[in-house]
Design a protein around this ligand. Structure first.
Ligand code: PEP
Length: 250
């Protein structure tokens, strides 16, 4: 039985004060979330604050990316060893905003995925198609290509120690949520592809849905057979909404 996971992706949002209030709100309601694991992925500069506030609580935390080099002349980048200082559990890799705005390729994402695991963290590997790819009927191909890039380098066993987030790019931050059936179809494709390589890995890996998930659509989405939780952008910035999704995951 896979435990549901609800992870917030705060993206480039927040301030010291707003994060303090948001975490207070989440901690005040977290006891009502009995079954799901909950995590928040914060901007790097707030990881110290998040770690201080959440350590000893039921909420895990992580970063939104990592560089694949150990150290050196990579201005503006963050190494896995640095994340270790802040007790991160998760690292998001391959988010569509990194792929589309900052040009991270499948190969870049794979290196970052491997650096995440080498650093002792769990990657949340994001995959998903653009609107034009869905309209062209290539969703499965695109998602399979993104997964294969990682599997071919890191090996199928590495997938057993990660979380996959299926995030149709057209549903991210747009309010256009995939229907539970649309999402389930891709999740099932991912799981059956993995099952063809390693049945145990396929059975245990958590596959989250991401893309305009809100308290009022979370239950139906997470209720689908192969949807094991959510990666939440906008709705993770309000404690009430985020907790609403976490409770739905129960
Ligand atoms: C995301 O950025 O991963 C995401 C799912 O965003 P939103 O929930 O705002 O669509």
């Amino acid at each position: 039985m896979r435990q549901p996971l609800v992870a917030g992706n705060w993206k480039m949002n927040g301030s010291r004060d707003s994060i303090n209030d948001l975490l207070d709100g989440i901690l005040a309601g977290i006891d009502s979330v009995e079954k799901a694991e909950v995590a928040v992925c914060a901007p790097y500069v707030y990881l110290s604050q998040v770690a201080d506030k959440l350590s000893g609580s039921a909420v895990a935390w992580g970063s939104q990316n990592v560089n694949d080099n150990e150290s050196g002349a990579f201005t503006g980048e963050i190494a896995a060893s640095m994340l270790k200082d802040f007790g991160c559990k998760y690292v998001i890799v391959g988010h569509s905003e990194r792929r589309t705005i900052y040009g991270e390729t499948d190969a870049d994402v794979t290196r970052r995925f491997m650096a995440t695991q080498a650093g002792g963290f769990i990657p949340i590997l994001c995959v998903g198609e653009l609107l034009e790819e869905r309209e062209a009927g290539t969703t499965n191909e695109v998602v399979a290509r993104q997964l294969d890039a990682v599997i071919n380098e890191a090996g199928i066993a590495a997938i057993g120690n990660c979380v996959i987030a299926y995030e149709p790019v057209w549903a991210i931050g747009t309010g256009k949520v995939a229907t539970p059936e649309q999402a389930q179809e891709v999740h099932a494709m991912i799981r059956s592809k993995l099952a063809g390589l390693d049945a145990d890995v396929a059975a245990k890996v958590q596959i989250l849905y991401g893309g305009s998930m809100k308290p009022d659509n979370a239950k139906e989405l997470i209720g689908m057979e192969d949807i094991d939780g959510g990666l939440i952008g906008g709705a993770s910035l309000k404690a009430e909404d985020f907790l609403g999704i976490c409770t739905a995951a129960n």
